[in-house]
Structures are given as structure tokens and as C-alpha cells.
Write a protein that binds this ligand. Sequence first.
Ligand code: HEM
Length: 502
Amino acid sequence: MLAGLGSLVAAFWATLHLRTLLLGAVIFLFLADFLKSRRPKHYPPGPRRLPFVGHLLHLDLKKVELQLQQYVKKYGNLLSLDLGLIPSVVITGLPLIKEVCGHMEQNFVNRPISAHRERTFHKYGLIMSNGQIWKEQRRFTLATLRNFGLGKKSLEQRIQEEAQHLGEAIENEKGQPFDPHFMVNNAVSNIICSITFGERYDYQDDQFQELLKTLDEIMCLEASLHCQLYDIFPWIMKFLPGQHQTLFANWEKLKLFVSRVIEKHKEDWNPAEPRDLIDAYLNEMAKHTDKNTSSFHEENLICCTLDLFTAGTETTSMILRWGLLFVSFYQEAQEKIQAEIDEVVGPWKQPTLKDRESMPYTNAVIHEVLRMGNIFPLGAPREVTVDTTLTGYQLPRGTVIFPNMIALHRDPKEWATPDTFTPEHFLENGQFKKREAFLPFGMGKRACLGEQLARSELFIFFTSLLQKFTFKPPQNEKLSLKARMSIPHSPPSYLICAVLRA
Ligand code: HEM
């Protein structure tokens, strides 16, 4: 009897202990969240944040645009919107964006590294690296892109040849409805592949098609709730199943592909004759052999190559796919481009970059596609490097800043018809007109490294395709212009018909 009572008391104490422990842990977590989410007195205002997840659950990725508009109206141009535990601020309006990415850029030059990015890239690569690593890699990549652009086969020629391949693949569809998604991705990707790997891939190459699908999936998975939860609770989420695990598996697949290409390069690498960016990088690695003092080492080569491959594929192809969708939807704009092509280029000559100067309407359409396509509605994030005061608000070191590009590109004060596709936004008296409130490639020291390449690709691919085909919706079907996702703002899947021009 006494023994029975003893075990009852022991069980009671154990439960009490467990409860106390759990209660203690919960109190500790809330306290930690409270301390971490304390902000200075003059911190930008925003909606009330939830413990642990901040404002993550406030945002519906299907209608981020509209929600942001309402928040900006209520709280102003500096809006506090925490994604998880990381304090984040969305800045709205050209003057503020110019301040952050221009005059005061030294305080905003870093990128924040999310937990999911760190797991795959550590602190390496081009897009999210910082400090000396970023400076060295950016300088080297820009110089090398310039060199290979001026090499034996110019970049322009490579794009022209690829545009021909793409035209042939589309012609094979014989005017029937088809989905241009992976054909366009393949063509665009071949340009960055030929610069970095020295190789292009056939549109029937199943292995390469599989890689492009993996990359496309990565873009969707990075915006998933699981991935965002991983960024807040990596130590728990890494043990749980979910979309974040598929994301990591996909990155590993791409990494493996890139490391195999690098291994193959090493077999017949000749330092005296670099064939592509990987060869040039191997030369650089040979010059700096100490990994402790140099950022040129194999791990960084894999990360930078992966960054160029992803940034050089998805971005430009999303814009080209938006472009084909817009001209299929707005036939009148398509007819005007074709009239300009017929007048300046004619039916047989391959369009060149020089033609762009004499084709203001086509140039305006491409700019309008970039404005409406708006693939990075919140730009690319920056991180505050030292405690900073911006228009009276205090931004502590480590705050993440998102430039509100969607608001800039749809600002009714800047654009006559902000929500409608209107190439005339970029025309004045029939001539092309630059617009200050147009920043699809960002601005400042961290502006897009591939802007010139992307602009060349967009012009040559777009004019070559419209020289050869008229794009139309399938009979009795209406195309939708509603994006597949808000971030990145990617075009929906669609079918179109490419009818050969007489
Ligand atoms: C239409 C196509 C493209 C668009 C709209 C685009 C847009 C952007 C934007 C908005 C940024 C961030 C800028 C900032 O923080 O201020 C960026 C960065 C970057 N882009 Fe692009 N991009 C495009 C094509 C490309 C291509 C073809 C490449 C490949 C060479 C590329 C490589 C990069 C890299 C490496 C960065 C990071 C730069 C850094 O942090 O120093 N992009 N891009």
C-alpha cells in the first residue's frame, strides 16, 4: 500500500515537473520573442505582429500587391512588416528608393542571408554574398562577362543563333496550340550556359529539360510557407517533412550538375586559352591557392555558377513569356511591332542590337513588358549595415529592407494608365523615352549584374520571333493575364498558336 502511494506521488511529481518544464520553455520562448521583437522608439509603424511568425501570416501570396497598397495607405512609405523574427521594412516611392540604393547605399549594401539560402550556399555566390567575397566575385564576373562578350563569337551572334533554334522549334508546332514555357527557358538558359559552361543544350535533351523543371520548381518552393517556416525555425523544420525538403533536394540536384561540369572542365583545362567563365575561374583559383585568404575556391565556383545559371535563366525567360502573352492578348501592339520590323529589319535579315535604335515602338513594348511583368515586386532585399536614420525613422543594424517596386511601377502619379499594358508610357513624339520611375533591374552597387545581357537577349529573341510568327490565342479561347504567383511575379501557364508570317 505504502509502495503504491510512493509511486503515485512520484508520478505526480514527474507530471508536475514535466508541466513546469513545458511552462518554463513556453515562457522562455515568448520572452525571447518579446526581447527580439523590441524596436527603437522611432521605428517605422506597421500592423500588429504575431509572436514568432511576425507578419508572415498577414500576407496572402496570391494578393500581396493589394495588401501592400492598403498597408502603405494606412502606415506610410516606411512600413514595418516582419517576415518571421527578422525585422523588415518595406520602402515605397522613388525618393526613398533612390536614398537607399543611391545616396546612402553604403548603409544598405548588404544582403540578408536566410536560413534556407545559407544551408545550400553558405555565405558564397554572387546574389546573397557580402563584403570582400561579394566584391571580388562581382568584379571578376563582370570583367569575364565583358571578355566573353567580346570573344571570338560575340554574345550578339550567340543570341542570334539561339533565336534561330528557338524559331525552328516553334515552327515544328505547325501553328497548333503549344505551351512555350520550357522551350523559351531552354533558349534563354543556353545563352548563360554557353558563357559559363561553354555549351548549349538541345531542346530535346531530356536531362537538361529535367534540370530546367527542377529550377522552375525551386522558384515556386522558395515562396512556400514551409520554406518561410524553415527560415524562422530551422532547428525544428530540418527534422520535419515538407516542401522545404524538396527544395533542398532540388538544389542538391543542380549543385551536382554544376560540379560535374566543373570536373569535366578540369580534365582538358588549358590556362593559356580559357574557353568560358569556368576556365577563367580555374585560372583565378590557380593564382590564389590559399582558401583562407582568397574567395576563389571550388565551393565558391559552384555557388557563383549556380547563381548565374539560375539568375540568367528564370528572369529573362519569365519576361519573354510575359511578352509573348501580352502580344498575343494585344494584337494591335503586335501588328505595330511587326510593321516596325518589316520597315527596319525586313523579312530575311537577322535583327541586330543596332536595329534597336531605329525601333522605338518595339523597344517601348519590351520596357512595358518589364514594367507590367514586374517579376520582382519587392526587388531584392538589402540589409542595414549600421544603425541608420532614414527620413526621421530609426533602422537598427540588421533590419531587412524591401524596395516596393510593384508600387513604383504601378504608381498613378508616374504612369498614365498604371494597370494597363500601354507601350506609349515609353514614347514621346514617336521617340523612345526613358523613365526615371522604371527600375526593373534595381539600382546602385548591387543592381543586376546581367542587365546588359538580359536587354540584348530580350530584344533579339523578341524581334526574331515576331519577324517570323504571329502569336495568337487558340481559337475561341481567351488568354488570362493573371500571374501564376505573386513573388516572383511569374506568368501563368498558357497555350498559344504561332502562325508563320507570309
Ligand atoms: C529580365 C531579366 C532580369 C531582371 C528583371 C533582373 C533583375 C534583377 C534585380 C531586380 C536584381 C537586384 C538588384 C538590386 O538589389 O538592386 C538583380 C540582381 C542580380 N542579377 Fe538580375 N535580372 C535579370 C537578368 C539577369 C541575368 C541574365 C543575369 C545573369 C548574368 C542576372 C544576374 C544577376 C545577379 C548575379 C544579381 C546579383 C547582383 C549583386 O547582388 O551584386 N540577372 N537582378
